[in-house]
Structure formats: structure tokens, C-alpha cells
Design a protein around this ligand. Structure first.
Ligand code: N01
Length: 535
């Protein structure tokens, strides 16, 4: 069979891949999207765990394409995973994207053919090996898509059901009236507790680090209100590109000490009542740079949540007096009734720092203190972030250099979208781009719009190869590390890869805010793409 040749092969059917497919086909490029799952959705396709819900409200968490939003209605401000999957169906139907896709196929390798300036791509699917060639390749493989499963002794001999939240079976796992063990209390763990806690016979939560979750302030959305609000959607979708965290609010420009204690308390209270990420990215600008500012915010957070934790023993584990790490040095989680559910009598909270897990047995989990019996074990243990999904693919650039070799001493990228020595390879919402403090659909649009301009420029000039210059990648990569807020370095977060044993601890995210990032992209265009070598 002759291999098809495309202008662009896109890997991944989440927001990055889906928007890239829409934008690049619209620009006249012949594209093929390859996706491991059987449909669009990315994160929302895989994370079907009980309670999965986005932490950014709509219409911020959606694509800005009018054809999509003009006749789409959300049920709630913070949509559930299920609703987001339905939204992806809507995208597919409206934009007619499926015809360009190969689903149920995992890209295994991408090798650069230096002679013909083409990528040779191979994917493994349920119908065999699929091979194709393309001038460019766009990886939309996600920042948080490779699950991290800790090596817990005995997991494979557990006789009940177990699953990682990001590999949740589509048919679900019954947890009603079951004995459930949950390992991990990040954003996924918080949502599992809220959903499973009230329905399980018993839930034992194994916590290593307390989660400084803040109120989501979920609310149902009415059709009339949404219809009226749509008049301002174009403005709202534009505005989110011009704020630090891609929201419709911004840092207030003041430092913590600019206000008196009383004034500050009022500011904190207002941010708290508004909900979401506001205490971190809608408040004082020094929260992630000043320990004093951070400690004050932690004290406020602790006061607020302790009012809701009625159980004294659990309060000490959930909200200790000393911050486990600076507030916001890990992505802040949003909760709806986490503290109240945690205090239910059918929920046991185990601090694994005092009572470590020794092994999983056939019937449950054995710690240093006792054995817990479970029907279901849920691992909400996070992801091998940023690089995990890249390093699973056999990617070879110039001279056959592998991505594993190229990044063995850390990520090196140019503008968080390209890699020196890997010509015509681009990626969206990945390492060194704005991800951790930002919103996927917005960043996907920003980076893809920029990339579409670059690919059109290459096409207009009949250029068949563009590769980031090593010097440009060095300078940009150093810059990404230099601009990270200092307190972020003090947590064992997925931002740093510190959640995965043996992974190099390093900043892999552009944390300078989206307006600054957009300026860097714009400068590259205005100056005629000086960071790239072309031929
Ligand atoms: O993963 P995490 P996540 N023994 O890495 C614990 C997005 N997201 O899937 O903190 C015991 O945050 C680990 O402990 P510690 C969002 O960006 C969004 O929850 O490392 N525990 C931690 O508690 C989020 O930030 C939404 O000490 C172990 C947990 O597992 C990102 O995804 C929902 C352990 C992992 O937390 C990741 O969130 C879900 C071990 N051996 C996810 N190993 C929303 O939109 C790990 N842990 C709301």
C-alpha cells in the first residue's frame, strides 16, 4: 500500500489537536489527525473518573469559534467531564473534523527524512500498523496525559478493581456501597472524594500532602442568561488572551504590604467569595515571590477551611498550622464540599507520612499500622507531566537524534512550540509553553494561530524546512527557568517533575504570564522569524 503524504500530521484529539486540525485545514493544509482514543476529547476522553470536572468556568474554557458557541449551551459554570465530551461531539459535528482523523491508533514513531524534508510517521492501531508521511508534524499530546502510577508492591495481585483516574474505564467502576481506598489528594483526588464519599459504604483516603483547595462556587447556567451573555463572548474570548492566567480577571497590581491588615482581610474575603483561582491569580502580585505574602494567604486559607472541618483529628491532617508548601506552588484545586465530605463518618483519613503504605494485598492495603480491606482502589496519583507523552514516542530528528537523548539533561525548546534539531516539528500546550497557570483551549488557540501564520509564511516562500536555532533555544530555555516565581520551586509539584521519582527537578512551564508570552511570539513574527533556520 502506498503511504499517503500530508502537509501536517497532528497527534492527539484534545483541545490542542482539535483546534490545530480546524485551523490548519482552514488555512488550506492537508492534515491528518491521529488519536489513540476512539473519539475527540483528550483529557476528557481519558479522565472519566467519578466527579471529573474542569476547574475553569465557561465561556473561558471553550474555543472562541463563533460557529461553535452561537448555538451551544452549557449546564453549569464549571462543566463536568461528561458535558465536555458532549461539547467535543458538538465541535466535531459543527466543524466536520472526523473525516480527517484516524482514531484508535497510537503514534509510535516519527522519523525525520532529511533528504525529502518529510516526517515518516508510524501508528499502531486495531487494524494494524498505519504509515504516512508529512511535511510537518504537530504534537498535541497534552501536558498531563501520561498517568503516573507509583510502584506500590502488590498492586497487581489486588483481587478487587483498581484504576488510575486518568485511565478510568468508559463503562465505569461501581463504588456505591463498596469499600473504597483512594491514594492521592490532588485535584483528581478532591473530586473523587466529593463524588465517591457520599455514595460508598466506606472510603479511606491516603493523603501525603494536604490540598489547599479553594471554593469553586459552582452555579447552574440558565438558557436566557447565556443567550444574553453571548453578545459579549467575542470580547470575553479576546480578553482572556490579555490577562496573566487567561481568565477574565487579572492580578490586582498591589503587593500584600501595600494594604493594612484590615484592608487585606477585605480583599481576601472578596476573592474567596468570588471563588476559583482568584486568591492566587486575581489578588496580590507577590504571592508567589514573597514568603511573607504567601504565609499570610495560607493563614487566611487555613482559617476559612478550618471553619468547615468539624473533626479535630482530620483538621490537623487536612489543614496543618505549618504550610506543607507555599500556597499556589502547586496548581490550586477547586472544591465544592470537600471539607464537609471528608468529615463524614464513613470516611477515614490516613496521613501516609505517619502511617506509610507498605503494600497492596489481595484484599486491600497494608500500612505500617493496619490492614484495610477494599473492593475498589482508586489511584489519583497524577501524571508524568509535560514530557511524559513526548518521551513515549520514538521521535528522531536531524542525524537520527532521539528526543530522549536531546532532552536527557532537561527540556530545550524554542518558544515552547519547537525543538532545535527537530525540523518541522511543532507542539501545542507542551513543555516551556504556558500551561500550569493557564487554560488549555486558550493556549491552544494562541499557539496554533501563531503556528498557522508561520506555516503559511513557509508555504508562501516555498520553504520546506524550518528548524529552531540551537542558540535561540538555549536563550529561550534559560529564560523560562529565570522567570519562574521563586516560591514555585519550593514544592514537590508536577510543575517541576518532582512528583515522579528519578525525574529531573526543573521548571518546564512558561510562568511569565500569557501577555508576555504572546509578545515573545509576536516579536518572532515581526522580526521575520530570526530564531529559525530555513531552507
Ligand atoms: O495529580 P496531582 P492530579 N503515595 O499530581 C499523591 C489537572 N486536573 O491528577 O502531593 C501517596 O496533583 C500526591 O501526593 P504529593 C490539574 O492541573 C484538573 O490530582 O505528591 N500519595 C498527590 O496528592 C492538576 O493540578 C482538574 O505528596 C501519592 C496526588 O497523588 C493536575 O491535573 C481535575 C503517591 C497526585 O496529585 C494533576 O492533578 C483533575 C504515593 N506513592 C486534574 N504518589 C480540574 O479541572 C502520588 N501521590 C478540577
Amino acid at each position: 500500500m502506498t503511504e499517503e503524504t500530508y502537509d501536517v500530521i497532528i497527534v492527539g484529539g484534545g483541545f490542542s489537536g482539535t483546534y490545530s486540525l480546524y485551523k490548519l485545514t482552514k488555512c488550506g493544509f492537508r492534515c491528518k489527525l491521529i488519536e489513540k482514543g476512539s473519539g475527540f476529547g483528550g483529557t476528557w476522553y481519558w479522565n472519566r473518573y467519578p466527579g471529573a470536572r474542569v476547574d475553569t468556568y465557561v465561556p473561558l474554557y471553550e474555543l472562541s469559534i463563533e460557529e461553535l458557541w452561537k448555538d451551544w449551551e452549557w449546564k453549569e459554570a464549571y462543566p463536568s467531564g461528561e458535558d465536555l465530551l458532549t461539547y467535543f461531539d458538538h465541535i466535531d459535528r459543527k466543524l466536520g473534523l472526523r473525516q480527517h482523523c484516524l482514531f484508535n491508533a497510537t503514534v509510535k514513531s516519527a522519523h525525520w527524512d532529511a533528504h525529502n524534508h518529510l516526517w515518516k510517521v508510524a501508528a499502531e492501531g486495531n487494524t494494524g500498523i498505519y504509515k504516512a508521511k508529512s511535511r510537518h508534524i504537530v504534537l498535541g499530546v497534552g501536558s498531563l496525559s501520561t498517568p503516573y502510577i507509583p510502584k506500590i508492591k502488590g498492586l497487581d495481585r489486588f483481587a478487587g478493581k483498581w484504576a488510575h483516574t486518568a485511565q478510568w474505564p468508559a463503562e465505569g467502576i461501581e463504588f456505591r456501597n463498596k469499600r473504597v481506598g483512594l491514594i492521592g489528594t490532588g485535584a483528581s483526588g478532591v473530586q473523587v472524594v466529593q463524588e465517591v464519599g457520599p455514595k460508598a459504604q466506606e472510603l479511606v483516603v491516603f493523603q501525603r500532602t494536604p490540598n489547599m483547595a479553594v471554593p469553586m462556587r459552582q452555579r447552574p447556567l440558565q438558557s436566557n442568561d447565556q443567550a444574553l451573555a453571548k453578545a459579549s463572548y467575542p470580547e470575553t474570548h479576546q480578553r482572556r488572551r490579555h490577562t496573566f492566567g487567561t481568565f477574565d480577571y487579572d492580578l490586582n497590581g498591589r503587593e500584600t504590604n501595600d494594604d493594612t491588615d484590615e484592608q487585606r482581610e477585605l480583599v481576601y474575603e472578596e476573592l474567596w467569595d468570588l471563588g476559583g483561582f482568584r486568591p492566587l491569580i486575581g489578588g496580590y502580585i507577590d504571592v508567589l515571590s514573597s514568603k511573607h505574602a504567601n504565609d499570610l494567604l495560607y493563614a487566611f486559607w487555613r482559617k476559612k477551611v478550618c471553619e468547615r472541618i468539624s473533626d479535630n483529628g482530620k483538621r490537623a491532617i487536612l489543614a496543618p498550622e505549618t504550610p506543607p508548601h507555599p500556597f499556589g506552588a502547586k496548581r490550586v484545586s477547586l472544591e465544592q464540599n470537600y471539607w464537609e465530605v471528608m468529615c463524614q463518618s464513613n470516611i477515614d483519613l490516613v496521613n501516609v507520612n505517619e502511617e506509610p503504605v507498605i503494600e497492596v494485598t489481595a484484599t486491600g492495603v497494608r500500612t505500617t499500622r493496619q490492614e484495610y480491606e477494599f473492593d475498589v482502589i482508586i489511584l489519583a496519583t497524577g501524571f508524568d507531566g509535560y514530557t511524559g507523552s513526548f518521551l513515549q514516542i520514538d521521535i528522531r530528528g536531524e542525524g537520527g537524534r532521539t528526543i530522549q537523548e536531546h532532552w536527557k539533561d532537561g527540556v530545550k525548546s524554542y518558544l515552547g512550540t519547537s525543538i532545535d534539531q527537530f525540523p518541522n516539528l511543532w507542539y501545542i500546550y507542551g513543555p516551556h509553553g504556558p500551561a500550569a497557570l493557564n487554560t488549555a483551549p486558550v493556549v491552544a488557540e494562541i499557539q496554533t494561530d501563531w503556528l498557522a501564520g508561520l506555516l503559511e509564511h513557509l508555504r508562501n516562500q516555498s520553504i520546506t524546512k524550518a528548524v529552531a536555532k540551537s542558540t535561540a533555544a538555549d536563550v529561550y530555555s534559560r529564560h523560562v527557568c529565570d522567570i519562574a516565581p521563586p516560591l514555585v520551586l519550593q514544592a514537590n509539584s508536577w510543575y517541576l517533575g518532582a512528583n515522579v521519582p528519578g525525574k529531573m527537578r526543573a521548571i518546564r512551564d512558561y510562568m511569565g504570564g500569557v501577555p508576555a508570552y504572546i509578545s515573545e511570539l509576536a516579536k518572532e513574527v515581526e522580526e521575520g522569524y530570526p530564531g529559525f533556520q530555513t531552507s
